[in-house]
Design a protein around this ligand. Structure first.
Ligand code: NAD
Length: 296
């Protein structure tokens, strides 16, 4: 079975659009996302443009703030302070990576946790780790949502996560081990110092690969019937395509797909789910604000 991220993303957008329309019908404003791009990195420009377009698709408003690469750290932090204080802005994202003279962690920690729709703020990560309500990082949240919607059984399963980055591997390992549905897995977190990776992979009922190594998981590393989530994204030159490249993941999907009971394709698996979760997170912080206004 293919865990279709494109299909699921569309489903989520339709659901969000219904919620937004209901708010508009009540005379309320829609959610608003502020997306900040520093510099002119072509990939970052594409990501931010997509995020702004996605907002339009579901009926959110957005502020696309483009800053030149020579902006000082203080100027950026001051701008974040203004957006934090702006009642009309629900969510804030700063596209990473940032120019070297700006400290990423300072930027992440300046965004108010309640507006941190990337889910990168230490308060959100801490709350997630404790099983409290939190804004979850988009890629791990997207993986969980895909497992939930495809009703993949996870309770008591052995989940092996490859990669321990702060944005994918570590948070998804925490989420898969939590007492939630999906969740309740026994989790093994593998990384670049893991010895005999293949032996761990072969024990995995659910294998989540986020190592950033092109097609390095082969079919002989996968247990028959396993569920395989491929987070990796790599551009491979391909003259037959209009773009001049095609996307591949961390997994040799053609062969692994034959052996797995379910898997995410690349492209069209985890990538679209990451986009969808940014919009879900923006809805979450917007709705939380509305509820607290009603209660107070
Ligand atoms: P990263 O480079 O920050 O982390 C990679 C991790 O893999 C590290 O923890 C490292 O220890 C581990 N690793 C590297 N080689 C290994 C090996 N041989 N054996 C075991 N572990 C190994 O990467 P990241 O930011 O987590 O991203 C991982 C991949 O996912 C990249 O290809 C990235 O482009 C992709 N990605 C995709 C999405 C999406 O939306 N689809 C989102 C984020 C990242």
């Amino acid at each position: 079975m293919i865990l279709d991220g494109n299909f699921t993303r569309k489903q989520i957008y339709e659901e969000l659009k219904i919620r937004v329309d209901a708010q508009l019908a009540k005379g309320k404003r829609p959610p608003c996302l502020a997306a900040i791009l520093v510099g002119e990195d072509p990939a970052s420009q594409v990501y931010v443009n997509n995020k702004v377009r996605d907002c339009e698709e579901v009926g959110y408003t957005s502020r696309h703030i483009r800053l030149t690469a020579d902006i000082t750290e203080k100027e950026l932090l001051d701008l974040l302070g203004e957006l934090n204080a702006d009642e009309a802005v629900d969510g804030i994202i700063v596209q990473l990576p940032l120019p070297a003279h700006i400290e990423e962690s300072k930027v992440i920690e300046t965004i108010q946790p309640g507006k941190d729709v990337d889910g990168f703020h230490p308060i959100n990560i801490g709350r997630m780790s404790k099983g409290l309500s939190a804004v979850l990082p988009a890629t791990p949240a997207g993986i969980m949502e895909l497992l939930r919607r495809y009703q993949i059984p996870t309770v008591g399963k052995h989940c092996v996560v490859i990669g321990r980055s702060n944005i994918v591997g570590t948070p998804v390992s925490i989420l898969m081990g939590r007492n939630t549905e999906p969740g309740n897995c026994t989790v093994t977190l593998c990384h670049s110092h893991t010895r005999d990776l293949k032996a761990y992979c072969l024990q995995a009922d659910i294998l989540i690969v986020a190592a950033g190594k092109q097609e390095f998981i082969s079919a002989d590393m996968v247990k028959p019937g396993a569920v395989v989530i491929d987070v990796g994204m790599h551009r491979v030159p391909d003259a037959s395509r209009k773009t001049g490249f095609r996307l591949v993941g961390d997994v040799q999907l053609e062969d692994v797909g034959q052996k797995a009971s379910a898997y995410t394709p690349v492209p069209g698996g985890v990538g679209p789910m990451t986009r969808a979760m940014l919009l879900m997170n923006t809805w979450q912080v917007y709705w939380h604000k509305i509820l607290s206004e009603v209660i107070s």
